[in-house]
Ligand binder design. Structure first.
Ligand code: NDP
Length: 345
C-alpha cells in the first residue's frame, strides 16, 4: 500500500494546519513491466519539511501531491547500473511512500547516502547531508567568503541551516559567531553547542532599533557578515550593523512566508551609503552545491562528520506521513529544534 500526501486546499496566508492536507492510501500492484528500463522502484524512509515549501502550498490547488526532499531505499532496479537493491538515497520527489522513479528525470538527481550514513542515522540525509547542509556550506563559503577571525551574525540559528553555518564559521574561519533564536531555551542551546559566542533572543525585540541595540552589545564594532534566514527586522538590524566591505547572504526570509501576496516586507535600505562602504548583498540558491557543480559539499562535510567535528542541535522527529503537516507548521511556530524530519515506517 502506498500512502500519498496532498494539498487539501491552497493556503494563501497564515500558518498551515493539518486540515490543509490530506493523506490517501492506494494498493499498488506492480508487474515487472511497470518499471521501465533504467528506472527504479523506491520506498521512502523519511520526508523533509522545509520552509521553502510554504510558497508551493500558497498557490497550489486541491489534490496537488506535495513534493519535497526525501530519503529512501531502492526496492527494485531495472537495469540501472548506478542503483542496486538496498541502496539508500536522497532525492526531491512526490510524497508517495512507494513509487517508480527515473533517476535521470528527478529535479536534483538522486544522490547515494550509503557512503556517508547507516540505516540508523539516515535522517541526516535530509539535513547535514541534504539541502540544508548544502545551503549552509555554499552560502557561507561561496557567498559570504569569510576571512579568518571575522564576525558573523546568523538568524534562525538553532535551525537546520543556521546551526551548521555557525559551526562551519567557527571551525573553518575561527569567526566570532552570533546567532539569534526565539526564546531563552533556544539561546542556551546555541551557547551550549560551543561555537556560538553570543545568542540573541529576538522575541525580546519588536523593532529593528531594539534588535540593533542588542546586536551592538554582542558586536560593539559591528559585523562583517550576515547570514539571512528570516528577513523583517533581522535584516534591518544586520544592515545597520554591517561594517565596511561587509557581506550579506540572502538565504531565506521565513518571517515573510506566511504573509499574503499583497503584504510588503517593510525593508528599506539606503543604497547610496553602500557605495562608500563597498558592501555586498547577494541572494543565492543551494542547487549547485547540492548537485556538486560548485565546491565539494558531500566530501567536505563527510570529512568533518567522520572526524567527529559536527555537533548540531538535535533533530525534531515526527512519525508517519500524517504527522507531516504538524512538522511543517512547527517551522513557523518555532516549536522545534534543528532539522524537522518525518520518518516513515
Ligand atoms: P529552520 O530549521 O531554521 O526552521 C525555521 C526556523 O525559523 C524556526 O525554527 C524558527 O526558529 C525561525 N522562524 C520561524 N518564523 C520566524 C519569524 N517570524 N521570525 C524569526 N524567526 C522565525 O529552517 P531551515 O534552517 O531549513 O531554513 C532556514 C532558512 O533558509 C529559511 O528561510 C529557508 O527558506 C532558507 N533556505 C534557503 C535555501 C536556498 O537555497 N536559498 C535552501 C534551504 C533553506 P525560532 O524558534 O528561533 O523562531
Amino acid at each position: 500500500f502506498a500512502q500519498t500526501l496532498s494539498l487539501a486546499r491552497p493556503i494563501p496566508s497564515g500558518i498551515p494546519s493539518a486540515d490543509d492536507f490530506s493523506v490517501s492510501t492506494a494498493e499498488t500492484i506492480l508487474n515487472s513491466t511497470d518499471i521501465p528500463e533504467g528506472s527504479v522502484l523506491v520506498k521512502l524512509t523519511a520526508l523533509s519539511a522545509d520552509p521553502y515549501m510554504r510558497s508551493g502550498v500558497k498557490t497550489g490547488k486541491a489534490g496537488d501531491v506535495i513534493r519535497g526532499f526525501v530519503t529512501g531505499t531502492i526496492v527494485e532496479s531495472n537495469g540501472n547500473s548506478s542503483w542496486s537493491v538496498g541502496d539508500t538515497f536522497g532525492a526531491h520527489l512526490p510524497f508517495t511512500s512507494i513509487q517508480v522513479v527515473d533517476p535521470a528525470k528527478t529535479a536534483f538527481g538522486m544522490w547515494p547516502l550509503k557512503n556517508f550514513l547507516t540505516e540508523q542515522n539516515i535522517q541526516l540525509g535530509l539535513g547535514l547531508f541534504g539541502m540544508p547542509g548544502s545551503t549552509a556550506y555554499g552560502g557561507l563559503i561561496d557567498i559570504l567568503q569569510p576571512l579568518q577571525g571575522e564576525t558573523i551574525f546568523i538568524s534562525a540559528a538553532s535551525g537546520a541551516v543556521g546551526s551548521l553555518v555557525g559551526l562551519l564559521a567557527k571551525k573553518m574561519y575561527n569567526c566570532r559567531v552570533i546567532g539569534s533564536a526565539g526564546g531563552p531555551e533556544k539561546c542556551k542551546v546555541l551557547l551550549d553547542l560551543g561555537y556560538f559566542d553570543a545568542a540573541l533572543d529576538y522575541k525580546q525585540h519588536s523593532t529593528a532599533d531594539s534588535l540593533t541595540e542588542s546586536l551592538k552589545k554582542a558586536a560593539p564594532d559591528g559585523i562583517d557578515m550576515y547570514f539571512e534566514n528570516v528577513g523583517g527586522i533581522h535584516f534591518d538590524a544586520a544592515f545597520r550593523s554591517l561594517r565596511t566591505k561587509g557581506r550579506i547572504a540572502i538565504c531565506g526570509c521565513i518571517s515573510q512566508y506566511n504573509k499574503g501576496a499583497d503584504e510588503p516586507s517593510g525593508n528599506t535600505i539606503d543604497i547610496s551609503a553602500m557605495i562608500y562602504t563597498q558592501q555586498r548583498i547577494q541572494g543565492f540558491l543551494c542547487g549547485e552545491y547540492l548537485k556538486g557543480a560548485k565546491l565539494n559539499f558531500f566530501e567536505d562535510i563527510a570529512r568533518l562528520y567522520s572526524s567527529g567535528q559536527i555537533k548540531l542541535p538535535s533533530d525534531t522527529v515526527f512519525n508517519g506521513i500524517e504527522s507531516w503537516p504538524e512538522g511543517f507548521a512547527s517551522l513557523f511556530t518555532g516549536k522545534k529544534m534543528g532539522k524537522v524530519v518525518v520518518k516513515l515506517s
